[in-house]
Design a protein around this ligand. Structure first.
Ligand SMILES: *[C@@H]1O[C@H](CO)[C@@H](O)[C@H](O)[C@H]1NC(C)=O
Ligand SMILES: *[C@@H]1O[C@H](CO)[C@@H](O)[C@H](O)[C@H]1NC(C)=O
Ligand SMILES: *[C@@H]1O[C@H](CO)[C@@H](O)[C@H](O)[C@H]1NC(C)=O
Ligand SMILES: *[C@@H]1O[C@H](CO)[C@@H](O)[C@H](O)[C@H]1NC(C)=O
Ligand SMILES: *[C@@H]1O[C@H](CO)[C@@H](O)[C@H](O)[C@H]1NC(C)=O
Length: 347
């Protein structure tokens, strides 16, 4: 029965799991190529500078024309968004030559997050606990540098690895990093570079007896055969704990009193362009449409406008957002942050 459920779950997860990625490219004289193709104008110069600084590689004149069109649409949208006087700003990043629909179809997969509530186990009872007003686990030295997932839908593995290493580092006052690639290659309940889930990643590490250090099993952006090495275990997981479904107050208590939490969110529209400030939008938050995994590493309060926010670590490199991080409105379950929120227990 368990095995059949497991295989059924495996199928569901492989077919519909979260995924996400980011692009990577190589240098060339792309700037002069673009100017030769498009002619010299302020717009083509802006685009050529963008392509140069993100080391884009466009293979044909058609592609240059297509990317230029998309880039200018995004560029104008970014400018007009920044004129609206919102609490956050957007800006150019490596994704600005992609339309959101394209990004979504290639990098974000809608994922069936339904785990029966009864199966969302919890040993911590924080009913009477009081969370601190603010918490930023980066100040405790337990959070590893922001990573870059590249062309592999492994946001789930980055989020899970970040949660495991934070829990381990907090427990033992260490600075270990754990292998994202091991989760991608070895967690058979997950879909590797096709997507996966953080809860099943934690359970895999628990069953497996540990996870390697990141340096001993480094990330490559591809999926390969499992090469777990029992001699290089950096952390051991004992189980997975769930934040109460959709309950941001519970999420605050867990983050404030226990540690970082892996979450699923729905990334839509200008999420891709996020550059700073406290993000909010009206176009996300459907619990059936979560498509990206991140790691909540803290929360705070902007005193100027009395605005609480979450601090989330992404895996799109440190060029995205604020050094790779997102500040997001807290208190409205923005983008569904508290629906699928879990964390590992470690030993
Ligand atoms: C191009 O940019 C320059 C300098 O920013 C500006 O003076 C000029 O008016 C711009 N030309 C057009 C056509 O927008
Ligand atoms: C998600 O999975 C659950 C249980 O595994 C199933 O009952 C439900 O129909 C699925 N939802 C979708 C939209 O596929
Ligand atoms: C959920 O719990 C039920 C009974 O407690 C069990 O039969 C089922 O296998 C569990 N499902 C998952 C996905 O763990
Ligand atoms: C958690 O603790 C509160 C009071 O401290 C209690 O009322 C509640 O039943 C406990 N919940 C669980 C699941 O043990
Ligand atoms: C944690 O480790 C750091 C450096 O290794 C050390 O300076 C610090 O005192 C340690 N803290 C505790 C609580 O042991």
């Amino acid at each position: 029965m368990m095995t059949r459920m497991f295989h059924l779950l495996l199928l569901i997860i492989i077919v519909r799991s979260i995924a996400c990625s980011s692009s990577s490219t190589r240098p060339s004289t792309i700037k002069s190529l673009i100017l030769a193709t498009l002619g010299r104008s302020n717009d083509s110069l802006t685009f050529a500078d963008f392509a140069q600084s993100y080391e884009k590689q466009y293979k044909s004149a058609e592609e240059i024309h297509k990317r230029f069109g998309i880039f200018m649409d995004n560029f104008h949208r970014i400018r007009s968004t920044n004129k609206k006087g919102l609490r956050f700003t957007v800006g150019i990043n490596e994704f600005t030559d992609m339309s959101f629909d394209e990004f979504k179809s290639k990098r974000l997969i809608e994922w069936n997050t339904s785990v029966p509530l009864a199966n969302r186990t919890r040993i911590y009872n924080l009913t009477d606990a009081v969370a601190p007003l603010m918490k930023d686990w980066r100040n405790d030295g337990i959070i590893s540098p922001v990573r870059q997932q590249g062309d592999c839908f492994a946001c789930w593995a980055f989020s899970a690895a970040g949660a495991i290493e934070a829990a381990k580092n907090k427990l033992e006052n260490q600075t270990v990093t754990v292998s994202v690639r091991q989760l991608v290659d070895c967690s058979t309940a997950d879909g590797g570079c096709e997507g996966g889930r953080t809860d099943s990643a934690f359970l895999y590490v628990a069953r497996n007896g540990g996870i390697n250090s990141d340096p001993s099993y480094p990330y490559t952006g591809t999926e390969g055969t499992c090469s777990f090495d029992p001699n290089h275990i950096a952390a051991k997981v004992t189980g997975v704990e769930w934040v109460h479904y959709g309950d941001e107050e519970d999420l605050e208590k867990v983050v404030g009193l226990i540690g970082p939490v892996s979450v699923g969110i729905q990334a839509e529209g200008d999420f891709l362009d996020y550059k700073g400030g406290i993000y909010r939008t009206t176009s996300c938050g459907d619990p059936g449409k979560l498509n990206h995994a991140m790691l909540v590493v803290g929360y705070g309060l902007d005193y100027f406008d009395d605005q609480p926010y979450w601090i989330l670590k992404n895996s799109w490199g440190d060029g995205w957002g604020v050094g790779g991080y997102l500040f997001m409105e807290k208190g409205t379950n923005m983008c569904g942050v508290a629906y699928v929120a879990n964390f590992p227990t470690v030993e």
